[in-house]
Design a protein around this ligand. Structure first.
Ligand code: S3P
Length: 168
């Protein structure tokens, strides 16, 4: 069964997914990485196709990744904005919402480049996205992992996920 990771930008989906995959010899599909490999940098995709074009690519690749059935599937933070992607996720038995505060995400993403929404929106604009998405994550999530402050190390989070989802 595939464990699917969702949650806002900067919450640590890709890092935890990779740590879990490497630490426990599990197969991983990181959707953003798949899209970048096939179509180039996300910022460029947004520039050329707009956000709607990127969301369509996300949906198409989500369908393909789910068919391959990896142990872990890490998704971009905005995929739940697409109704068709939400519908698909609602058919999945294990969708884990990595849930952190806006402040946590902001600290981690505000100085990074390569996330078009962070580059174009103000802090308030991003916070609005964050707020708006909370109920969408809740709609598709079957489980949550609430990140405490300070956030546990990726290896500790991976160990917890392994225990919760891959043993017994
Ligand atoms: C996005 C999140 C990004 C990436 C793209 C759009 C979003 O993924 O898919 O920049 O809309 O929240 P991460 O959540 O891995 O940063």
């Amino acid at each position: 069964m595939t464990l699917i990771l969702i949650g806002f930008m900067g919450v640590g989906k890709s890092t935890v997914a990779q740590t879990l995959a490497q630490g426990y010899q599990l197969s991983l599909c990181d959707l953003d990485q798949v899209i970048v490999r096939e179509h180039g940098p996300i910022a460029k995709i947004f520039e050329q196709r707009g956000e709607a074009g990127f969301r369509q690519l996300e949906y198409d690749n989500l369908t393909q990744c789910l068919q391959r059935g990896p142990d872990i599937l890490a998704l971009g933070g905005g995929i739940i904005e697409t109704p068709a992607s939400r519908q698909l996720l609602q058919t999945q038995p294990q969708v884990l919402w990595l849930k952190g505060s806006f402040e946590l995400s902001w600290q981690r993403i505000s100085h990074d480049t390569g996330r078009p929404l962070v580059d174009t929106l103000t802090r308030d604009g991003l916070r609005q996205r964050f707020e708006r998405r909370q109920e969408l994550y809740a709609e598709v999530a079957t489980a949550q992992l609430v990140l405490t402050d300070p956030v546990p190390a990726p290896a500790d989070l991976a160990a917890e996920l392994h225990r919760r989802f891959f043993t017994g």
